[in-house]
Design a protein around this ligand. Structure first.
Ligand code: PMP
Length: 470
């Protein structure tokens, strides 16, 4: 393999080659460094092959696993390029409008506490009281370990909030999607989902065994075409969308989707992870935003980890739907019940949200302010509608990672989203906005981000800071 081919083979999975500008700055020293990495990885790959020869019994080592090797490529390249790892940073405080990390207070845009409920006394007190009464765990599945009153109390209030007949909580938002989708549809059924739905919905769809059709983001015409072409061949059909998308901050045309799913006889499942507490005058989500009846949607899904300041997931819908899940969804039946303190915290958060809808008003105003300021500063904000998620699209993944490092040094916590979470050249900094940010914090963060982007762009490719050789 020629030097160039080796270099490309190391790079092909990462978006660090995304811009020509970046590529142009590769120095001979850096090439040598990358080649060393490539050789080390090739060596590891060869040793995996050796272990797979017949007669060899030792299981392959995890360090030889393709996934591990792929991660090491990123890590070694990051080290070589002098980039700090932006992920898994330690925070020593509650994540709110600010956070404390590495002894520094930063303006925080890295959390989902959209309505600031994780910082309310009511939520903490409810969790403490539930620990005192029930302990930290309910020990087993609710099927066998039984209910705690707070489970049903919360589920009833959640169902009321959505105007549905019933609700059910799961211990994880991710497991809620996986388990619900895989329980309700299977072989002989069909799923149509937006291309940007969360990983948990995609995993659930794959596990279900149903045929899957994915339509371009928010494209109702494409959904309709797929329905016309394929719906007739299947028994049950399910359409899966989000009420508000967490990577782009945009919302689907829900009334049109309702009209399509009704015409073709399909269930519509809406993931409200990023719309509960965010959309609608009182935070009731996508249906309130569009002014459509809640029971137009067959399956409401949401998480407790965002606005509700807890951990877990929920489904709201008809009493029959909830009964099916309660007895058949593996993620509920065969998994431990939601701990009482987590349930009590979510219930208290829901009550604060209902009592203080001004939190939603503040959040929406802050989202609009951020979007407006970012656009004025010349940022590409994609299709964000300025609720609680505003991406600043940088393009080059390495620049996005570098930006996070530089922003932290200036007291702003904003995380990069890079391939494969978003397409190769759509790397971004993602800002989560809360009701508790002040206008000054928002203005300052946008100003600092614009200043830092100028610096990063002027580096002529951040690889310039890379060491000459390793
Ligand atoms: N759905 C969506 C849209 C999400 O963004 C997430 C996670 N952020 C989940 C489901 C899974 O929720 P959890 O992290 O609470 O398990």
């Amino acid at each position: 393999m020629s030097e160039n081919e080796q270099l490309q083979s190391v790079a092909k999975e990462g978006d660090w080659t995304a811009s020509t500008e970046t590529r142009a700055t590769l120095t001979t020293g850096l090439k040598t460094a990358v080649l060393k990495v490539a050789n080390a990885i090739d060596g590891a790959a060869r040793s995996t092959v050796a272990q797979l020869q017949p007669g060899r019994r030792r299981p392959p080592r995890f360090r030889d696993h393709a996934l591990y090797q792929s991660m090491m490529k990123y890590r070694l390249l990051g080290d070589t390029l002098g980039l700090e790892d932006p992920f898994f940073h330690e925070h020593d405080s509650r994540l709110g409008a600010t956070t404390v990390s590495g002894g520094r207070t930063m303006i925080n845009f890295g959390g989902y506490d959209y309505c600031g409920l994780n910082s309310t006394a009511q939520v903490a007190e409810a969790a403490h009281a539930a620990i005192d009464q029930y302990g930290t765990s309910v020990s087993a599945s609710r099927v066998v370990a039984g209910e705690r009153p707070v489970h049903r109390e919360f589920e009833r209030e959640l169902a009321d909030f959505y105007g549905t007949e019933d609700a059910l909580t799961f211990v994880s938002g991710h497991a809620t999607n996986v388990s619900t989708i895989a329980t309700l549809v299977g072989e002989g059924d069909v799923i149509f989902h937006d291309e940007l739905v969360h990983n948990s919905a995609i995993v659930g769809a794959k596990l279900s065994g149903a045929e899957i059709y994915c339509f371009p983001h928010n494209n109702c015409d494409a959904l309709q075409r797929l329905m016309m072409e394929h719906r007739g061949r299947f028994r049950n059909a399910m359409v899966i969308v989000e009420g508000h998308y967490s990577m782009d901050g945009d919302i689907p045309d829900l009334p049109r989707m309702v009209e399509i799913k009704n015409r073709f006889g399909a269930w519509l499942m809406v993931d409200e992870a990023h719309s509960l507490g965010v959309l609608g005058a009182t935070g009731r989500g996508a249906a309130e935003h569009f002014g459509i009846p809640f029971d137009d949607i067959d399956i409401w899904m949401g998480t407790l980890s965002k606005t509700l300041a807890s951990c877990g997931g929920y489904i709201c819908g008809s009493k029959e739907l909830i009964m099916i899940l309660k007895f058949k969804a593996p993620g509920f039946v065969y998994s431990v019940g939601l701990p009482a303190p987590a349930t009590a915290a979510a219930l208290a958060a829901l009550r604060v949200l209902k009592a203080e809808p001004e939190r939603v008003t503040r959040l929406q105003a802050n989202g609009q302010l951020f979007l407006e300021q970012a656009r004025l500063a010349g940022f590409d904000t994609g299709s964000s509608q300025g609720y609680c998620v505003v991406p600043l699209i940088i393009g080059d993944g390495i620049k996005a990672v570098k930006m996070t490092e530089r922003l932290a040094a200036r007291g702003v916590n904003a995380l990069p989203i890079i391939y494969p979470a978003v397409p190769m050249k759509a790397a971004r900094l993602r800002y989560f906005i809360t009701s508790e940010h002040t206008a000054e914090q928002i203005n300052e963060a946008v100003r600092i981000t614009a200043e830092e982007l100028k610096v990063v762009n002027s580096l002529g490719g951040i690889l310039r800071r890379a060491p000459a050789a390793v």
